[in-house]
Design a protein around this ligand. Structure first.
Ligand code: NDP
Ligand code: 8X3
Length: 260
């Protein structure tokens, strides 16, 4: 238990599944006040109900589409009616669409990846930062990826988007120096969430193959890392953290056991 997080206001985007949902539950166990956003409100309601059972001081939710400025601004206006400050902002909403080489790439997929992983982080940060600047020690944790650090075939747009997220984090680190507001990125490798089902547009069998013979990260592993970053003392800033499963030494070096 990190008593420093009790009653802290923790805003998590993309809290309806995967890392976001697991992070909400991890902060709930610390007695935090959760602010949850995503497009699937029914799923947010389930996460919030579980969070309250686990000990969250409160769990408020509102629909949020980070790909639309108007939506982000409405979310921020709703939030200002509930809390005067934000202590922890987890910019987690995002994901990949498709795995085609550039030659076969789809505009819709490229645009979605840029809108969520890059512009979404910018929009949400712009809207929420005023609630953090008067609150030294507050922290922004962006969720990047190993894809920000290494390119792979079929990943051009996703790798570009996550590299964009990494550079946004680095620029913010410079801009916020002297304000007391911290910022960093947590960059996971392969983790079994809804990520691949979304990437392959509902093809569950193809998504399962990504993790075949491997023990990937679980959402809870990443949530624990996020909780740890957020619970460092106010004078400590974790700039960049890469977290991978033991079976994944690099994007192209994955230990796979034979499948029986
Ligand atoms: P999930 O698909 O389980 O979760 C993605 C979350 O993002 C959902 O809650 C989804 O909510 C939300 N989201 C997507 N688009 C939007 C949008 N336009 N507006 C608001 N919310 C949105 O996957 P993960 O938990 O794995 O992914 C979380 C983050 O981690 C992503 O940024 C992903 O790129 C990154 N990541 C994932 C890795 C993995 O292997 N799983 C590894 C490294 C990084 P909803 O659909 O309800 O809006
Ligand atoms: C998700 C990890 O390797 O599929 O960000 O790009 S990977």
């Amino acid at each position: 238990m990190h008593s420093s997080l009790a009653r802290k206001t923790v805003l998590i985007t993309g809290a309806s599944s995967g890392f976001g949902a697991a992070t909400a539950l991890a902060f709930a166990r610390q007695g935090a006040h959760l602010i949850l956003g995503a497009r699937r409100v029914d799923r947010l309601e389930q996460v919030a109900a579980e969070a309250r059972k686990l000990g969250a001081a409160a769990a408020d939710l509102h629909s949020l589409d980070v790909s639309k400025t108007s939506d982000v601004n409405s979310f921020a206006a709703w939030l200002r009616g509930r809390s005067e400050k934000v202590d922890v902002l987890v910019n987690n909403a995002g994901g990949a669409m498709g795995l085609e080489p550039v030659l076969d790439g789809k505009d819709d997929d490229w645009e979605t990846m840029m809108q969520t992983n890059v512009l979404g982080v910018l929009r949400v940060t712009r809207a929420i930062l005023p609630l953090m600047l008067k609150n030294p020690g507050s922290i922004i944790i962006n969720i990047g990826s190993v894809a920000a650090h290494t390119a792979y075939e079929g990943g051009a747009a996703y790798c570009a988007a996550k590299a964009g997220e990494l550079q946004i984090t680095r620029a913010l680190r410079l801009e916020l120096c002297g304000t007391g507001v911290r910022v960093g990125t947590v960059d996971p490798g392969m983790a079994e969430t809804e990520f691949s089902v979304v990437r392959f547009k509902g093809d569950e069998a193809r998504a399962k193959k990504v993790y075949e013979g491997v023990q990937p990260l679980k959402a809870e592993d990443v949530a624990e890392a996020i909780l740890w970053v957020a619970s460092r003392p106010a004078h400590v800033n974790i700039d960049e953290m890469i977290i991978k499963c033991t079976d994944q030494a690099a994007i192209h070096k994955v230990n796979r056991r034979p499948v029986k």
